[in-house]
Ligand binder design. Sequence first.
Ligand code: ADP
Length: 327
Amino acid sequence: MSQKVSRIGVLTSGGDSPGMNAAIRAVVRTGIYHKLEVCGIMRGYNGMVEDEIIEMNSRSVANIIQRGGTILKTARSKDFFEQPGRFKAYENLKKRGINGLVIIGGDGSFRGAQQFSNEFDIPCIGLPGTIDKDIAGTDFTIGFDTAVNTAVEAIDKIRDTADAHDRLFIVEVMGRDAGYIALHSGIACGAENILIPETKTNINELIRTLTEKEKRKKLVNLIVVAEGDEFGGATEVSKVIKERLPNADIRVCILGHIQRGGSPTCLDRLIASRMGYHAVESLISGRYNVMVGIVNNKMNYIPLDDAVKQKQKINNEWLRIVKILAS
Ligand code: ADP
């Protein structure tokens, strides 16, 4: 892979997350600053397979840093899972002279990038864009801070009404495989219990703490559940509690897709800008096929091969803090 990068493509892939636009803007403007040509690839890998690719300039990314979603759209691409689909994508890039890619997405998108860069001579850089924060090799992922702040704002409101009625609220937040949104929003909102996929949910223990709190006349209870908790989501948890505590006044609230949208927070805009800038710098300096992350406020580069193998683990200290502060 000796050819110098001169014309790059940027795409957003998989689940969307707030801050992706800020990352696109940074890639486009840093590229142009370094006299590279920059193309936008529409709808994730679909745009590569179907040759839906647009020329970008500084003005194409004006007035987007504050907007949620992604101007390039995002999608899941069935064709890209298969070699013929990836070959078609490669031919389209070759035809257009694109010789470097920046992929903003989650671990699935990185798996696609890893596969593609192993098969073809086009270097790929991954930027972690996911609200789930489940990617190893970075302290931040683009979109997590916004999503968790949206959840906190909503849960605070729910707590007000729970308090007015002495109710038990079970709030479901996003996270099919990852509990970070539940853990961070739960701690920040003072939830009594937080149920996440990474730890085994002990329903007997949950019932015991609820009963014990009822005895102490602590009537307001907030349980935050990640949608992918191995026991089930908020609806399943409420059914079991209702069976065991028939007198409890329980309400379920599923926050859903509001967590993906909205204007990105300052933190998400900053990390997206920083990562986007370093993605282009990496391509120029020949640091290929890595994910750009931030660890201890320094840039961190891990090979895409490693980025797809590891997951960010839940720090046990957080679990201990939840237990102690909720008593
Ligand atoms: P996310 O990036 O949010 O985790 P997905 O898991 O849906 O999202 O992955 C996004 C896209 O990446 C998929 O639709 C597919 O096109 C591509 N992809 C994922 N895994 C692979 C793979 N093993 N090989 C090729 N492409 C893949």
